[in-house]
Design a protein around this ligand. Structure first.
Ligand code: FAD
Ligand code: PHB
Length: 388
């Protein structure tokens, strides 16, 4: 078998890339380790920047997103027991963010690809990439008990943080930047109406909490916990009382549909390309979820990669492919900075450095009262302008 672009991973990055290449007449084969049911039910991100929605629109995959997504013009910061509204639209010349579950976007893109009869293989085992430093890279895998191989012009490593593509690059060719945080998030999905129309980010003496949503009747709530938190120690009652203390008594309770613990990490691998292997999304970088940026950054990478591959396959040379990593990393580091900043500002640190605590409180207080500071937050939150 052969194709122009072999794509490893059917998450938001791999599926969007496949669709945007298809629009430009470039062939791709997508290989996914897990089952369709698994990737369609994996509950993760929920917040899309304005540019991410526009990108999905241009890609022709935003039909249901526009019907079911919830458009937000602002958010609330809560500290010292009080809420402070951040007018995202007012501060950014009318920009908005949209709540739409990542797994819903994944479902939409899978359905569109399969309906068009385009190649997307689930439950593939032992995926490996070969000859990535040559002009004829190859992917091998096992499927239905048989060994398979795919010759490609280019391989896109869209296989997430735990995938095989990044580790296939010789370690000496990569520089890794890594930071683990001394806390995690316990997240629940609950059948209960959102506590407010907009997201609430709360800093509290007990720790951070976030009230977000998936629909008008389903809430998504997170609370700061220990990195090695034992979920079985958290009864539903304990979760609700911790959330109410941090977010306020107006929080309505409901049956908990799902719960899990998410570790928090900042990570970047540079460069995002080795020969004909291009990394995109979580395969190259991850951010703590406080800034709601992971999926958005994956989409931004894909835009840059599509431009570079379009030029390459149209015979316009490799200049944009050569620029891919630097172009992406420019945004990646700005987004890393924002995600780190939101995280350290809103979380409780148990080492309790009293000086830093006071500085954080002063920064929040300054933020709430300064249009300049709020504008900085707002323009990062709705999404910085794209390079391409
Ligand atoms: P992934 O979604 O990880 O997709 C990679 C795919 O590759 C997976 O389907 C995986 O099964 C597959 N794969 C792995 N290994 C192989 C292999 N060897 N062979 C074949 N396939 C393989 N981001 C936001 O933008 N906004 C948010 O609000 C937000 N909130 C979040 C909340 C939580 C609790 C979490 C955990 C994450 C959140 N994120 C958020 C981050 C976001 O979910 C990720 O950044 C996003 O999934 C990245 O997409 P991706 O396609 O790069 O990687
Ligand atoms: C979500 O809706 O899951 C979500 C929203 C904002 C974040 C993180 C997660 O910062």
């Amino acid at each position: 078998m052969r194709t122009q672009v072999g794509i490893v991973g059917a998450g938001p990055a791999g599926l969007l890339l496949a669709q945007m290449l298809h629009q430009r007449g470039i062939d791709a084969v997508v290989l996914e380790a897990r089952s369709r049911a698994h990737v369609e039910s994996r509950i993760r991100a929920g917040l899309l920047e304005q540019g991410a929605v526009e990108t999905m629109d241009e890609a022709g995959v935003a039909g249901r997103l526009h019907r079911d997504g919830l458009v937000h013009h602002g958010l609330q910061l809560r500290f010292g027991g009080q809420g402070h509204r951040v007018d995202l639209s007012g501060l950014t010349g009318g920009k908005v963010v949209t709540i739409y579950g990542q797994q819903e976007a994944v479902k939409d893109m899978i359905a569109i690809r399969l309906a068009a009869g385009l190649p997307l293989h689930f439950e593939v085992d032992d995926v490996a990439v070969h000859d990535i430093a040559t002009a004829r890279p190859r992917i091998t895998w096992r499927q239905d008990g048989q060994d398979r191989a795919l010759d490609c012009d280019v391989i896109a490593g869209c296989d997430g943080f735990h995938g095989i593509c990044r580790p296939s690059i010789p370690p000496a060719a990569l520089t890794v930047f890594d930071r683990a945080y001394p806390f995690a998030w316990l997240g629940i999905l609950s059948r209960s109406p959102p506590m407010s129309e907009e997201l609430v980010y709360a800093r509290h003496a007990d720790g951070f909490a976030l009230a977000t949503m998936r629909s008008r009747s389903v809430s998504r709530l997170y609370l700061q916990c220990a990195p090695d938190e034992d979920l079985s120690a958290w009864s539903d009652d304990r979760i609700w009382s911790a959330l109410r203390r941090r977010l306020g008594d107006t929080l309505e309770e409901g049956p908990i549909l799902q719960k899990g613990v998410t570790a928090m990490r900042s990570f970047v691998a540079e460069p995002m390309r080795h020969g004909r292997l291009f990394l995109a999304g979580d395969a190259a970088h991850i951010v703590p979820p406080t800034g709601a940026k992971g999926m958005n950054l994956a989409i931004a990478d894909v835009r840059v990669l599509v431009c570079a591959l379009e030029a390459f396959f149209a015979g316009r040379g490799e200049a944009l492919m050569d620029a891919y990593s630097a172009t992406c990393l420019d945004r990646v580091w700005k987004v890393q900075r924002f995600s780190w900043w939101m995280t350290q500002l809103l979380h409780r640190y148990d080492d309790h450095d009293a000086f830093e605590e006071r500085v954080r409180m002063a920064e929040l207080d300054y933020l709430a009262g300064s249009t300049a500071a709020l504008t900085t937050l707002a323009e990062n939150y709705v999404g910085l302008p794209y390079a391409v």
